[in-house]
Design a protein around this ligand. Sequence first.
Ligand code: HSE
Length: 437
Amino acid sequence: MKPINVGLLGIGTVGGGTFTVLSRNAEEIARRAGRPILITVVADKNVELAKTVTKGACRITDDAFAVVRDPEVDIVVELIGGCGVAKDLVLEAIRNGKHVVTANKALLAHHGNEIFAEAQKMRVIVAFEAAVAGGIPIIKAVREGLTANRIEWIAGIINGTTNFILSEMRDKGLSFDTVLKEAQRLGYAEADPTFDIEGVDAAHKITILSAIAFGTPMQFDKAHIEGISTLQALDIKYAEQLGYRIKLLGITRRTPDGIELRVHPTLIPSKRLIANVEGAMNAVLVQADAVGSTLYYGKGAGAEPTASAVIADLVDVTRVHTADPENRVPHLAFQPDQLVNLPILPMDKVESSYYLRMRVWDEPGVLADITRVLADEKISIDAVIQKEPGEGEDEADLVLLTHRTREKLINESIARLEKLPVVVGKVTRLRMEGLGK
Ligand code: HSE
Protein backbone atom coordinates (compact mmCIF):
# COMPACT_ATOMS: atom_id res chain seq x y z
CA MET A 1 0.00 0.00 0.00
CA LYS A 2 1.14 3.55 -0.67
CA PRO A 3 3.20 4.85 2.27
CA ILE A 4 2.21 7.96 4.19
CA ASN A 5 4.95 10.56 3.92
CA VAL A 6 6.43 12.24 6.95
CA GLY A 7 8.58 15.35 7.10
CA LEU A 8 10.69 15.38 10.27
CA LEU A 9 11.75 18.72 11.72
CA GLY A 10 14.71 18.27 14.07
CA ILE A 11 16.86 15.18 14.32
CA GLY A 12 18.28 15.61 17.82
CA THR A 13 17.72 13.08 20.58
CA VAL A 14 13.99 12.46 20.02
CA GLY A 15 14.16 12.94 16.25
CA GLY A 16 17.02 10.43 16.05
CA GLY A 17 15.07 7.99 18.24
CA THR A 18 12.01 8.40 16.04
CA PHE A 19 14.00 7.67 12.92
CA THR A 20 15.63 4.61 14.50
CA VAL A 21 12.46 3.06 15.94
CA LEU A 22 10.44 3.75 12.81
CA SER A 23 13.10 1.99 10.72
CA ARG A 24 13.65 -0.90 13.14
CA ASN A 25 9.94 -1.68 13.63
CA ALA A 26 8.77 -0.61 10.17
CA GLU A 27 7.02 -3.87 9.36
CA GLU A 28 5.24 -4.20 12.70
CA ILE A 29 4.17 -0.55 12.57
CA ALA A 30 2.84 -0.88 9.01
CA ARG A 31 0.80 -3.94 10.07
CA ARG A 32 -0.82 -1.78 12.71
CA ALA A 33 -1.20 1.41 10.69
CA GLY A 34 -2.46 -0.29 7.56
CA ARG A 35 0.28 1.21 5.40
CA PRO A 36 4.00 2.03 5.71
CA ILE A 37 4.98 5.23 7.49
CA LEU A 38 7.96 6.73 5.77
CA ILE A 39 10.14 9.66 6.76
CA THR A 40 10.83 11.10 3.33
CA VAL A 41 12.55 14.32 4.36
CA VAL A 42 14.43 15.56 7.43
CA ALA A 43 15.11 19.22 8.18
CA ASP A 44 17.85 20.12 10.61
CA LYS A 45 20.33 22.98 10.84
CA ASN A 46 22.98 20.33 11.41
CA VAL A 47 22.88 18.68 7.99
CA GLU A 48 25.91 16.50 8.73
CA LEU A 49 24.22 15.06 11.83
CA ALA A 50 21.06 14.40 9.82
CA LYS A 51 23.10 12.58 7.16
CA THR A 52 24.81 10.43 9.80
CA VAL A 53 21.53 9.41 11.42
CA THR A 54 19.55 8.78 8.23
CA LYS A 55 22.35 7.11 6.25
CA GLY A 56 20.98 8.17 2.89
CA ALA A 57 17.49 6.80 3.58
CA CYS A 58 15.73 10.12 2.89
CA ARG A 59 16.20 13.68 1.71
CA ILE A 60 17.97 16.14 4.02
CA THR A 61 17.54 19.90 4.10
CA ASP A 62 18.34 22.79 6.38
CA ASP A 63 15.16 24.57 5.25
CA ALA A 64 12.35 23.48 7.55
CA PHE A 65 9.87 25.86 5.90
CA ALA A 66 10.37 24.02 2.60
CA VAL A 67 9.30 20.82 4.38
CA VAL A 68 6.09 22.25 5.84
CA ARG A 69 5.17 23.55 2.37
CA ASP A 70 6.23 20.38 0.52
CA PRO A 71 3.18 18.96 -1.34
CA GLU A 72 4.61 15.44 -0.96
CA VAL A 73 4.56 15.61 2.85
CA ASP A 74 1.38 14.36 4.59
CA ILE A 75 2.43 14.66 8.23
CA VAL A 76 4.93 17.06 9.80
CA VAL A 77 6.69 15.91 12.97
CA GLU A 78 7.94 18.90 14.94
CA LEU A 79 10.77 18.01 17.31
CA ILE A 80 12.57 21.35 17.42
CA GLY A 81 11.04 22.52 20.69
CA GLY A 82 10.41 25.96 22.18
CA CYS A 83 8.07 28.72 21.10
CA GLY A 84 10.23 30.42 18.47
CA VAL A 85 10.57 29.02 14.97
CA ALA A 86 8.70 25.87 16.04
CA LYS A 87 5.52 27.91 16.40
CA ASP A 88 5.86 29.45 12.94
CA LEU A 89 6.57 26.05 11.44
CA VAL A 90 3.63 24.32 13.11
CA LEU A 91 1.21 27.09 12.05
CA GLU A 92 2.62 27.11 8.53
CA ALA A 93 2.30 23.31 8.32
CA ILE A 94 -1.34 23.53 9.44
CA ARG A 95 -2.08 26.30 6.95
CA ASN A 96 -0.62 24.07 4.26
CA GLY A 97 -3.07 21.32 5.24
CA LYS A 98 -0.50 19.08 6.96
CA HIS A 99 -1.29 17.02 10.02
CA VAL A 100 1.19 17.72 12.81
CA VAL A 101 2.75 15.51 15.46
CA THR A 102 4.68 17.39 18.14
CA ALA A 103 6.46 16.74 21.42
CA ASN A 104 6.53 20.45 22.18
CA LYS A 105 4.86 21.00 25.56
CA ALA A 106 5.98 24.62 25.89
CA LEU A 107 4.44 25.46 22.52
CA LEU A 108 1.11 23.83 23.37
CA ALA A 109 0.92 25.23 26.90
CA HIS A 110 1.57 28.77 25.64
CA HIS A 111 0.00 28.74 22.17
CA GLY A 112 -2.15 25.59 22.09
CA ASN A 113 -5.41 27.56 21.89
CA GLU A 114 -4.28 29.35 18.73
CA ILE A 115 -2.78 26.19 17.24
CA PHE A 116 -5.86 24.03 17.84
CA ALA A 117 -8.17 26.74 16.52
CA GLU A 118 -6.11 26.92 13.33
CA ALA A 119 -6.06 23.11 13.05
CA GLN A 120 -9.82 23.03 13.51
CA LYS A 121 -10.23 25.57 10.73
CA MET A 122 -7.94 23.65 8.39
CA ARG A 123 -9.50 20.28 9.37
CA VAL A 124 -6.13 18.77 10.31
CA ILE A 125 -4.92 16.83 13.33
CA VAL A 126 -2.37 18.10 15.85
CA ALA A 127 -1.25 15.13 17.94
CA PHE A 128 0.90 15.55 21.05
CA GLU A 129 1.25 12.32 23.04
CA ALA A 130 5.00 12.90 23.40
CA ALA A 131 4.52 16.32 24.97
CA VAL A 132 3.56 14.92 28.38
CA ALA A 133 5.46 12.24 30.30
CA GLY A 134 7.45 11.02 27.28
CA GLY A 135 6.72 7.36 26.62
CA ILE A 136 3.74 7.04 28.96
CA PRO A 137 0.55 7.10 26.87
CA ILE A 138 -1.13 9.48 29.30
CA ILE A 139 -2.80 11.70 26.70
CA LYS A 140 -4.45 8.67 25.13
CA ALA A 141 -5.48 7.35 28.54
CA VAL A 142 -7.05 10.59 29.76
CA ARG A 143 -8.56 11.65 26.45
CA GLU A 144 -9.92 8.28 25.36
CA GLY A 145 -9.50 5.54 27.96
CA LEU A 146 -11.20 7.55 30.72
CA THR A 147 -13.77 9.19 28.51
CA ALA A 148 -16.71 7.79 30.54
CA ASN A 149 -15.51 9.51 33.68
CA ARG A 150 -15.79 12.82 35.37
CA ILE A 151 -12.15 13.38 36.21
CA GLU A 152 -11.64 14.77 39.70
CA TRP A 153 -7.90 15.39 39.86
CA ILE A 154 -4.55 14.51 38.36
CA ALA A 155 -1.24 14.52 40.20
CA GLY A 156 1.93 13.71 38.34
CA ILE A 157 5.66 13.34 38.65
CA ILE A 158 6.17 14.71 35.18
CA ASN A 159 9.72 15.94 35.27
CA GLY A 160 12.40 13.28 35.39
CA THR A 161 15.31 15.62 36.11
CA THR A 162 13.81 16.91 39.34
CA ASN A 163 12.68 13.45 40.40
CA PHE A 164 16.24 12.21 39.91
CA ILE A 165 17.55 15.11 42.00
CA LEU A 166 15.02 14.54 44.80
CA SER A 167 15.73 10.80 44.85
CA GLU A 168 19.47 11.41 45.16
CA MET A 169 19.00 14.07 47.84
CA ARG A 170 16.93 11.61 49.88
CA ASP A 171 19.11 8.53 49.29
CA LYS A 172 22.42 10.22 49.93
CA GLY A 173 21.45 13.15 52.16
CA LEU A 174 23.14 15.53 49.69
CA SER A 175 22.30 19.17 49.03
CA PHE A 176 20.36 20.33 45.98
CA ASP A 177 23.42 22.04 44.46
CA THR A 178 25.62 18.95 44.77
CA VAL A 179 23.06 16.67 43.16
CA LEU A 180 22.28 19.13 40.39
CA LYS A 181 25.97 19.12 39.38
CA GLU A 182 25.93 15.32 39.40
CA ALA A 183 22.74 15.30 37.28
CA GLN A 184 24.40 17.60 34.76
CA ARG A 185 27.53 15.44 34.69
CA LEU A 186 25.37 12.37 33.96
CA GLY A 187 23.51 14.24 31.22
CA TYR A 188 20.12 14.16 33.00
CA ALA A 189 19.86 17.91 33.47
CA GLU A 190 20.39 20.43 30.71
CA ALA A 191 23.36 22.81 30.88
CA ASP A 192 20.65 25.40 31.63
CA PRO A 193 18.33 23.36 33.82
CA THR A 194 16.10 26.30 34.82
CA PHE A 195 12.89 25.02 33.19
CA ASP A 196 13.28 21.66 34.90
CA ILE A 197 14.33 22.71 38.40
CA GLU A 198 12.03 25.73 38.63
CA GLY A 199 8.99 23.65 37.72
CA VAL A 200 8.27 25.31 34.37
CA ASP A 201 8.55 22.10 32.34
CA ALA A 202 6.17 20.33 34.73
CA ALA A 203 3.80 23.31 34.55
CA HIS A 204 3.69 23.06 30.75
CA LYS A 205 2.73 19.41 31.06
CA ILE A 206 0.12 19.77 33.81
CA THR A 207 -1.45 22.64 31.85
CA ILE A 208 -1.99 20.25 28.93
CA LEU A 209 -3.33 17.49 31.20
CA SER A 210 -5.66 19.93 32.92
CA ALA A 211 -7.14 21.07 29.61
CA ILE A 212 -7.87 17.53 28.42
CA ALA A 213 -9.11 16.38 31.83
CA PHE A 214 -11.65 19.18 32.34
CA GLY A 215 -12.34 20.39 28.82
CA THR A 216 -10.88 23.86 29.22
CA PRO A 217 -8.56 25.94 27.04
CA MET A 218 -4.85 26.00 27.97
CA GLN A 219 -4.34 28.39 30.89
CA PHE A 220 -0.59 28.21 31.49
CA ASP A 221 -0.33 31.87 32.46
CA LYS A 222 -2.49 31.18 35.52
CA ALA A 223 -0.54 28.15 36.76
CA HIS A 224 1.19 28.44 40.12
CA ILE A 225 4.79 27.31 39.71
CA GLU A 226 7.41 26.52 42.35
CA GLY A 227 10.50 24.41 41.73
CA ILE A 228 12.91 22.55 43.97
CA SER A 229 15.97 24.80 43.93
CA THR A 230 15.40 26.09 47.47
CA LEU A 231 14.41 22.73 48.94
CA GLN A 232 16.62 21.63 51.80
CA ALA A 233 17.93 18.12 52.43
CA LEU A 234 16.85 18.62 56.06
CA ASP A 235 13.17 18.80 55.07
CA ILE A 236 13.48 15.67 52.95
CA LYS A 237 14.94 13.92 56.03
CA TYR A 238 12.26 15.16 58.46
CA ALA A 239 9.51 14.32 55.96
CA GLU A 240 10.86 10.80 55.73
CA GLN A 241 10.90 10.46 59.52
CA LEU A 242 7.23 11.45 59.51
CA GLY A 243 6.37 8.87 56.81
CA TYR A 244 6.40 11.13 53.74
CA ARG A 245 8.44 11.59 50.57
CA ILE A 246 8.85 14.94 48.84
CA LYS A 247 8.10 14.96 45.11
CA LEU A 248 7.75 17.76 42.60
CA LEU A 249 4.11 17.29 41.63
CA GLY A 250 2.02 18.83 38.92
CA ILE A 251 -1.49 18.95 40.34
CA THR A 252 -4.78 19.87 38.72
CA ARG A 253 -8.08 19.48 40.54
CA ARG A 254 -11.68 20.37 39.89
CA THR A 255 -13.26 22.25 42.81
CA PRO A 256 -16.66 23.94 43.08
CA ASP A 257 -14.92 27.34 42.77
CA GLY A 258 -12.63 26.56 39.86
CA ILE A 259 -9.66 24.50 38.76
CA GLU A 260 -6.45 24.11 40.73
CA LEU A 261 -3.39 24.25 38.50
CA ARG A 262 -0.14 24.11 40.40
CA VAL A 263 3.39 22.73 40.49
CA HIS A 264 5.38 22.60 43.72
CA PRO A 265 7.35 20.26 45.96
CA THR A 266 4.81 18.17 47.85
CA LEU A 267 4.94 15.77 50.78
CA ILE A 268 3.09 12.57 49.95
CA PRO A 269 2.65 9.52 52.17
CA SER A 270 5.53 7.07 51.60
CA LYS A 271 3.04 4.22 51.33
CA ARG A 272 1.53 5.58 48.11
CA LEU A 273 2.81 3.84 44.98
CA ILE A 274 3.57 7.19 43.38
CA ALA A 275 5.80 8.14 46.33
CA ASN A 276 8.06 5.26 45.35
CA VAL A 277 8.69 6.46 41.81
CA GLU A 278 12.41 7.06 41.90
CA GLY A 279 15.17 8.40 39.69
CA ALA A 280 14.28 9.93 36.35
CA MET A 281 11.01 7.97 36.03
CA ASN A 282 7.63 9.67 35.61
CA ALA A 283 4.21 8.69 36.97
CA VAL A 284 0.75 10.18 36.69
CA LEU A 285 -2.09 9.43 39.10
CA VAL A 286 -5.62 10.15 37.88
CA GLN A 287 -8.66 10.17 40.14
CA ALA A 288 -11.94 9.79 38.31
CA ASP A 289 -15.48 9.08 39.49
CA ALA A 290 -16.22 5.78 37.80
CA VAL A 291 -12.86 4.03 37.60
CA GLY A 292 -11.40 5.40 40.84
CA SER A 293 -7.67 5.97 40.77
CA THR A 294 -5.41 4.81 37.98
CA LEU A 295 -1.63 5.17 37.90
CA TYR A 296 0.56 5.39 34.82
CA TYR A 297 4.32 4.84 35.14
CA GLY A 298 7.25 4.88 32.76
CA LYS A 299 10.08 6.81 31.19
CA GLY A 300 9.26 10.46 30.74
CA ALA A 301 12.18 11.33 28.52
CA GLY A 302 14.89 9.85 26.34
CA ALA A 303 15.25 9.05 22.65
CA GLU A 304 13.27 5.84 22.23
CA PRO A 305 10.67 6.26 25.01
CA THR A 306 9.67 9.63 23.53
CA ALA A 307 9.88 8.21 20.00
CA SER A 308 7.40 5.56 21.13
CA ALA A 309 4.85 8.31 21.80
CA VAL A 310 5.66 10.20 18.58
CA ILE A 311 5.18 7.07 16.50
CA ALA A 312 1.94 6.15 18.29
CA ASP A 313 0.64 9.52 17.11
CA LEU A 314 1.92 8.88 13.59
CA VAL A 315 -0.01 5.61 13.51
CA ASP A 316 -3.14 7.33 14.84
CA VAL A 317 -2.94 10.05 12.22
CA THR A 318 -2.30 7.49 9.49
CA ARG A 319 -5.41 5.55 10.49
CA VAL A 320 -7.85 8.42 10.95
CA HIS A 321 -6.72 11.30 8.76
CA THR A 322 -9.22 10.39 6.06
CA ALA A 323 -12.13 10.37 8.55
CA ASP A 324 -14.34 13.44 8.76
CA PRO A 325 -12.83 15.82 11.32
CA GLU A 326 -16.15 15.67 13.22
CA ASN A 327 -15.60 11.95 13.75
CA ARG A 328 -12.06 12.21 15.08
CA VAL A 329 -11.11 12.37 18.76
CA PRO A 330 -11.18 16.11 19.59
CA HIS A 331 -7.78 17.69 20.23
CA LEU A 332 -8.64 18.57 23.82
CA ALA A 333 -10.85 15.53 24.47
CA PHE A 334 -14.06 17.58 24.47
CA GLN A 335 -15.78 18.90 21.35
CA PRO A 336 -14.30 22.32 20.54
CA ASP A 337 -17.62 24.11 21.09
CA GLN A 338 -17.94 22.39 24.45
CA LEU A 339 -14.76 23.76 26.02
CA VAL A 340 -15.53 25.71 29.17
CA ASN A 341 -13.38 28.55 30.41
CA LEU A 342 -13.40 27.46 34.06
CA PRO A 343 -11.47 29.87 36.29
CA ILE A 344 -8.14 28.83 37.78
CA LEU A 345 -8.32 29.05 41.56
CA PRO A 346 -5.91 31.59 43.09
CA MET A 347 -3.47 29.93 45.51
CA ASP A 348 -4.95 31.76 48.49
CA LYS A 349 -8.12 29.74 47.99
CA VAL A 350 -6.42 26.38 47.46
CA GLU A 351 -6.85 23.84 50.25
CA SER A 352 -3.99 21.64 51.34
CA SER A 353 -2.33 20.16 54.40
CA TYR A 354 0.97 21.72 55.37
CA TYR A 355 4.40 20.86 56.73
CA LEU A 356 5.86 23.72 58.79
CA ARG A 357 9.43 23.73 60.06
CA MET A 358 10.76 26.42 62.33
CA ARG A 359 13.70 27.04 64.63
CA VAL A 360 12.42 27.70 68.17
CA TRP A 361 13.77 28.46 71.63
CA ASP A 362 13.97 25.34 73.72
CA GLU A 363 12.05 26.48 76.82
CA PRO A 364 8.66 26.04 78.50
CA GLY A 365 5.60 27.54 76.81
CA VAL A 366 7.03 27.69 73.30
CA LEU A 367 4.77 25.00 71.91
CA ALA A 368 1.75 26.62 73.56
CA ASP A 369 2.57 29.98 71.91
CA ILE A 370 2.86 28.35 68.52
CA THR A 371 -0.22 26.16 68.71
CA ARG A 372 -2.26 29.17 69.90
CA VAL A 373 -1.52 30.98 66.65
CA LEU A 374 -2.74 28.01 64.63
CA ALA A 375 -5.77 27.51 66.85
CA ASP A 376 -6.72 31.18 66.34
CA GLU A 377 -6.81 30.51 62.58
CA LYS A 378 -8.80 27.29 63.19
CA ILE A 379 -5.95 25.21 61.80
CA SER A 380 -5.88 21.71 63.24
CA ILE A 381 -2.52 20.07 63.95
CA ASP A 382 -1.97 16.51 62.77
CA ALA A 383 1.52 15.80 64.12
CA VAL A 384 4.37 17.57 65.90
CA ILE A 385 8.00 16.62 66.30
CA GLN A 386 10.60 18.60 68.11
CA LYS A 387 14.19 17.63 67.46
CA GLU A 388 16.61 17.73 70.36
CA PRO A 389 18.85 20.80 70.29
CA GLY A 390 22.40 20.07 69.18
CA GLU A 391 25.23 19.96 71.76
CA GLY A 392 25.51 23.39 73.42
CA GLU A 393 22.54 24.82 71.43
CA ASP A 394 19.46 26.37 73.02
CA GLU A 395 17.34 26.31 69.86
CA ALA A 396 15.65 23.31 68.29
CA ASP A 397 13.87 22.42 65.05
CA LEU A 398 10.13 22.09 65.44
CA VAL A 399 8.11 20.42 62.69
CA LEU A 400 4.31 20.60 62.55
CA LEU A 401 1.95 18.87 60.16
CA THR A 402 -1.49 20.42 59.78
CA HIS A 403 -4.82 19.08 58.60
CA ARG A 404 -6.34 20.59 55.47
CA THR A 405 -6.83 24.32 55.50
CA ARG A 406 -6.92 27.24 53.09
CA GLU A 407 -3.55 28.52 51.96
CA LYS A 408 -4.56 32.06 52.94
CA LEU A 409 -4.96 30.95 56.58
CA ILE A 410 -1.63 29.15 56.69
CA ASN A 411 0.15 32.17 55.22
CA GLU A 412 -1.44 34.46 57.78
CA SER A 413 -0.41 32.06 60.55
CA ILE A 414 3.15 31.94 59.28
CA ALA A 415 3.35 35.74 59.28
CA ARG A 416 2.22 35.71 62.92
CA LEU A 417 4.55 32.84 63.88
CA GLU A 418 7.54 34.65 62.43
CA LYS A 419 6.79 37.62 64.70
CA LEU A 420 6.85 35.50 67.88
CA PRO A 421 10.05 36.06 69.88
CA VAL A 422 10.36 32.29 70.43
CA VAL A 423 10.53 31.59 66.68
CA VAL A 424 13.95 32.25 65.17
CA GLY A 425 14.08 33.27 61.51
CA LYS A 426 11.73 32.11 58.79
CA VAL A 427 9.19 29.29 58.81
CA THR A 428 9.64 26.71 56.04
CA ARG A 429 6.28 25.78 54.53
CA LEU A 430 5.66 22.81 52.23
CA ARG A 431 2.33 21.52 50.96
CA MET A 432 1.15 17.97 51.61
CA GLU A 433 -1.27 15.85 49.60
CA GLY A 434 -2.72 12.54 50.77
CA LEU A 435 -3.51 11.47 47.20
CA GLY A 436 -6.16 9.10 48.45
CA LYS A 437 -9.77 9.23 47.37
N1 HSE B 1 13.32 17.71 30.75
C1 HSE B 1 12.24 16.79 30.91
C2 HSE B 1 12.42 15.97 32.17
C3 HSE B 1 12.11 15.82 29.79
O1 HSE B 1 13.42 16.10 32.87
O2 HSE B 1 11.52 15.19 32.47
C4 HSE B 1 11.40 16.33 28.59
O3 HSE B 1 10.11 16.74 28.88
